[in-house]
Design a protein around this ligand. Structure first.
Ligand code: SAH
Length: 342
């Protein structure tokens, strides 16, 4: 799956196949830009001359970063002047698209294959629909209930391993025969790598994705081509492959490092807390002929039957000794660290 998705992002325009929050409305990126302004300010307090790294993982067309930079340049020009942008993107084609979108801001932009090459320093990182694009592994509870068989692709077809295994990620889970369990070592590994950095230098991170607050059973691997569900095995590289993010597993990987972890909160709740309704109202007032479109887009982002509930956000902050001025990330209820669902 890893190679199939890399081939996909390198060849196709993913946005012909699905639409993401920043592509639905500028409100999404503007509010995340405000989130970055508040956390960035908090991180740099007491470090008046310092620079801020603004990082994004999986920036797609660059739309989220464009909307965030526009807001930052307006509401936090002092911070904007000290920014360098770092994009983690492995598709050469999308890198070109991002370059064209960001040119007009005149801020330094560097592309990275992985987090590792982003320079050390105070950092705010965002990632929207990045973790869901990373490859999962699937397991099926063995008939005896004593372990798992891996469900994987061999010679173009799904097969079950002969061997019964007990991957460490599933330790403590008693398999029901036939139960499907998914793990995403790449997503948990990425969240953990970000967390380790935040334990080493001041920083904040925001992950938004669709998935469950607690680990769930079931097959969530999905392939979309031209907006239609297709078999994940259709010509590899021609469909977008995603799986639900297990936020419990991601938070567990983060907390093992000592980082402060908040959420997950539902996307609707986060955006409303950040001012989505007020922002939509202001946009409608400025462009009354667009009001219906703006309201429909807002409903898509926050509506409980739309993206509002299925999508969730997890936030990470450096330990208090590195970021003493940040008590909780904006939009995450104070004192609601991971484990207590608001
Ligand atoms: N955040 C964007 C795009 C989401 S699509 C939006 O909200 O619109 C997923 C993005 O992650 C694409 O830019 C894709 O090229 C990138 N990506 C997927 N797997 C990656 C990997 N392993 N390393 C770096 N980038 C990756």
């Amino acid at each position: 799956m890893a190679r199939a998705n890399a081939a996909y992002y390198a060849r196709r325009d993913p946005f012909a196949d699905f639409i993401t929050a920043p592509e639905i409305s500028q409100i999404f990126g503007e509010l995340l830009g405000a989130w970055c302004a508040v956390t960035g300010r908090g991180l740099l307090k007491g470090n008046a001359g310092g620079d801020l790294l603004l990082a994004e993982a999986g920036p797609g067309r660059g739309t989220l970063m464009v909307d965030m930079l526009r807001v930052l340049s307006r509401v936090a020009p002092d911070l904007f002047a000290r920014l360098s942008v770092h994009l983690i993107e492995n598709s050469p084609r999308l890198r070109e698209v991002q370059k064209a979108s960001l040119k007009r801001f005149g801020v330094p932009v560097t592309w990275h294959e992985t987090l590792a090459s982003i320079p050390r320093g105070p950092m705010v990182l965002v990632a929207n629909e990045f973790l869901d694009a990373l490859p999962i592994r699937q397991f099926v509870g063995a008939e005896t209930g004593a372990g798992w068989r891996e469900h994987f692709v061999r010679d173009g077809a799904f097969v079950l391993s002969d061997a019964v295994v007990s991957p460490p990620e599933l330790a403590g889970r008693v398999p029901e025969p036939g139960e499907i369990a998914e793990i995403c070592p790449a997503a948990c590994g990425f969240v953990q790598d970000v967390s380790r950095r935040l334990c080493d230098a001041p920083g904040a991170a925001l992950f938004v994705d669709y998935g469950t607050a607690t680990t769930a059973s079931g097959d969530t691997l999905q392939a979309l081509r031209d907006g239609q569900p297709v078999s994940p095995l259709v010509e590899p590289g021609t469909a977008d492959l995603t799986a639900h993010v297990d936020f419990e597993a991601a938070a567990g990987a983060a907390m093992a490092t000592g980082v402060r972890c908040f959420g997950p909160v539902e996307q609707g709740a986060l955006l409303i807390a950040l001012g989505a309704v007020e922002r939509a109202r202001a946009l409608c007032a400025a462009a009354p002929d667009q009001a219906n479109t703006i309201r429909t887009a807002l409903d898509r982002l926050i509506g409980p039957e739309r993206m509002g509930r299925l999508f969730r956000a997890l936030a990470l902050l450096s330990p208090a000794r590195l970021a003493p001025d940040l008590v909780a990330p904006p939009g995450f209820p104070d004192g609601t660290p991971y484990g207590e669902k608001p």
